[in-house]
Design a protein around this ligand. Sequence first.
Ligand SMILES: [Zn+2]
Length: 114
Amino acid sequence: MTTMTRHQQKDIKLIGKFVEVYCTGTHGRVEREAVILPETLGSRTLCPECAAFLTYAVTRRLKCPLEGEKPTCKHCRTHCYAKQQLAKVKEIMAYSGRTLIMRGRLDYLWHYFF
Ligand SMILES: [Zn+2]
């Protein structure tokens, strides 16, 4: 039994994956801990900085007042995130987007952009 909508689950799963790709690729060899995602979404292994960001992103997503009115968060992320986190999410998406393309993981991008 879940209290999240399918869109919330999808978005949270995706942002978790993107942050993990970004952290692994840009933050090098640092201490990482598992960040547990809500309900059945598993966990991501991240450095403290990325863990804090992911926690923020998940919280914002669960509190989104527009739930049900939109297909995904991609259209309103700009209004939802604070300025600093918005710059960060853009950086993460750009980096992870490129990385996933190079790895041929277009399935993730497909889910994100469509
Ligand atoms: Zn990191």
